[in-house]
Design a protein around this ligand. Sequence first.
Ligand SMILES: [Zn+2]
Length: 91
Amino acid sequence: MTHGHSDHTGSISAILKDHNIPVYAHSVEIPYLEGDLAYPRRKKAVSSVSKGITLPLSAGTEGELELIDGLRPYLTPGHSPGHRRSSPSRG
Ligand SMILES: [Zn+2]
């Protein structure tokens, strides 16, 4: 997931009913999407994904995110605290 806003998470439970696949988000984002923290400018915390479904992206010793199937995720906070995007790896 790029982030945990409900318009990006609404189909996860339906997808997981038919597919045994991992769901990843940046570790910064997980407390927000699981409802432990309120997103900035929101009055209350709301869970958009059940606890334990989302795995944190793995990071190296300097915080760089590790490849997932050839895609390099990048932390790009702003839209949400743990927003990330991915690009094909170039080496
Ligand atoms: Zn959003």
